[in-house]
Write a protein that binds this ligand. Structure first.
Ligand code: ATP
Length: 517
């Protein structure tokens, strides 16, 4: 059974493992109490042979049920000995045990326990519960790892209910009458921990005297941003803000309803993601931003370089967190910006960072290939030569698109779009002349030409004209000249491996001169 995001919920996963008598489990979560409550619930309700739950921490020693306390068992080896000697069905939850797994004696002890508990008549499990995942290689085969879910809709709805109960009775609340608003409030909190959701609801009740959808959403954005890795992107862009790139837009548009139940019933696979490779400033990021609005799905931007930045924690932990958040708010779009910045060092990872980049990359690739959650990945990159070849293999992405310089027809569209964005009527301008003046320009350079003309006209205290724009465009040296060699290489590469994001120039008109410099 999967939840709405397509992933097996942690409750199901842990229950199955306990029922299957797995001895060693590692539950990764910062939400200790929530995870513990779930384990207690499973131990009493979900299994035929009820298990007694013991917890251990280095500060409190062993705590049993009904206030049983053994503070003299703080020493981890003693605690494990206690588990070995106990002759009752039980689950031992070891809180923050990860720092102790540096001790070869304790690692060995866990391996012994694995063997002994697997054979014994009493059913005993050890659950390592920690927000940080650290696993000595010796234990990799013995331990089942569970990335504990963030609260789902049902759980968040329960938190809303508790928040309502904490208010004086009869407090007027819009969502009492509006079930739709209640759904939207719950949806806005997806991606938060239970504690964060509680705080966000409390803040909204203080500030707006109600569950204010906008306050909740903006708080969520702040919390996600504070993680330092993801940005919850509110897109102001629509597909109509993109000039050209018709095949790419058509591909995306065709998949607009592909995340619905109807699409699943029809037999369509879930779209995985696309990789946009190409020349800087030609609309890759713009497309990522516009897809969020087209599909009406939350867009999470990941700065791939930061995953490896030591300032925001360990890289392995970071990529887990990102995937977990994207899955919690699914269906969602995960935009990996400047992909090459993160994964450039994969090949040399063994020598430079004791394999961290390679490991993170491998776990990311596995997720990309095997994910069954509706998280659509849009990866953008300027430099294909910096990307590890494994990333470009079939099956990773649904499609790799090459985004080239815009052809004449596309440039004229881009000129029109940017004039429109600057509150000018494109029909008042000589679009053909401007298109001519922007040969070999990227979309971003076309925009730059128009902005610079606006400055000139403003300075002269007159309205901007086509001549201003043509003039300012002539002053710009396009990147296509300075990057000619690199662009040629990318075009060559893309011929056999990527799909064109634009209609080829010759099919539109043969008026552009090729890049000959
Ligand atoms: P980079 O890799 O350098 O970020 P990019 O391909 O992602 O390049 P964008 O950020 O999408 O480039 O483009 C920069 C700006 O240029 C956009 O915000 C937009 O204003 C303008 N632009 C680029 N391409 C287009 C286009 N096809 N249509 C309209 N505007 C465009």
């Amino acid at each position: 059974m999967t939840d709405s995001s397509g992933k097996i919920p942690s409750r199901r996963e842990i229950t199955d493992l306990i029922k299957a008598r797995y001895v060693l489990l590692y539950v990764i979560s910062h939400e200790e109490e929530r995870a513990l409550n779930l384990i207690r619930d499973i131990a009493t309700k979900e299994v035929r042979h009820r298990r007694k739950v013991f917890t251990w921490s280095v500060t409190e020693g062993i705590q049993g049920e009904d206030g049983e306390s053994m503070p003299d068992h703080r020493d981890p080896m003693r605690a494990l000995d206690f588990a070995v000697k106990l002759e009752e069905h039980a689950i031992f939850v070891l809180k923050d045990f990860h720092p102790f797994m540096k001790d070869p004696g304790l690692v060995r002890k866990l391996r012994d326990i694995h063997r002994a508990f697997s054979e014994g008549r009493t059913i005993r499990h050890i659950v390592l519960l920690s927000g940080i995942f650290k696993m000595p290689p010796e234990l990799e085969k013995e331990v089942a790892v569970i990335d504990f879910d963030l609260p789902d809709r049902q759980e968040l709805d329960g938190i809303v209910e508790n928040a309502i109960h904490s208010l004086p009775p009869n407090t007027p609340l819009a969502l009492r009458e509006d079930a739709d608003l209640r759904d939207r409030v719950v949806e806005a909190a997806l991606g938060l921990t239970a504690e964060e959701a509680k705080n966000v609801f409390a803040k909204s009740l203080v500030r707006s005297k109600d569950f204010d959808f906008d306050v909740i959403l903006s708080e969520k954005k702040n919390i996600i941003r504070k993680s330092g890795l993801l940005e919850f992107f509110e897109s102001r862009y629509e597909m109509t803000d993109i000039g050209g790139l018709l095949p790419l837009k058509a591909w995306l548009s065709k998949r607009q309803k592909a995340f619905s139940k109807k699409a699943r019933d029809f037999g369509l696979p879930l779209p995985k993601g696309i990789l946009l490779i190409g020349i800087p400033g030609c609309g890759k990021s713009l497309t990522a931003k516009a897809v969020g609005s087209l599909w009406r799905m939350p867009l999470l931007r990941l700065d791939v370089g930061k995953v490896f930045g030591s300032l925001v924690g360990s890289s392995e932990e970071n990529i887990r967190k990102v995937i977990r958040t994207a899955e919690a708010v699914a269906p969602s779009i995960l935009w990996l910006d400047e992909l090459e910045k993160g994964f450039a060092g994969v090949q040399s990872s063994g020598e430079t960072d004791s394999g961290t980049t390679a490991r993170v990359f491998a776990s990311f690739i596995t997720w990309l290939q095997e994910k069954d959650s509706p998280v659509f990945v849009i990866a953008t990159a300027n430099d294909v030569s910096a990307l590890p070849p494994e990333l470009l293999r079939k099956g990773r992405f649904d499609e790799i698109f090459f985004v080239d310089l815009p052809n004449a027809k596309e440039r004229s569209d881009i000129v029109r779009i940017h004039l429109g964005r600057k509150n000018r009527n494109p029909d008042d301008f000589d679009i053909e002349a401007i298109t001519q003046a922007t040969q070999n320009f990227s979309g971003s350079e076309v925009e730059q030409g128009i902005v610079s003309a606006l400055y000139d006209a403003f300075d002269e205290d007159i309205e901007v004209t086509s001549e201003h724009i043509e003039h300012s465009c002539r002053e710009i040296i396009p990147l296509a000249f300075t990057m000619k060699e690199k662009i040629d290489k990318m075009r060559e590469w893309s011929k056999a491996r990527a799909r064109m994001a634009s209609t080829p120039a010759e099919e539109v008109e043969a008026e552009d001169t090729p890049l000959e410099m």
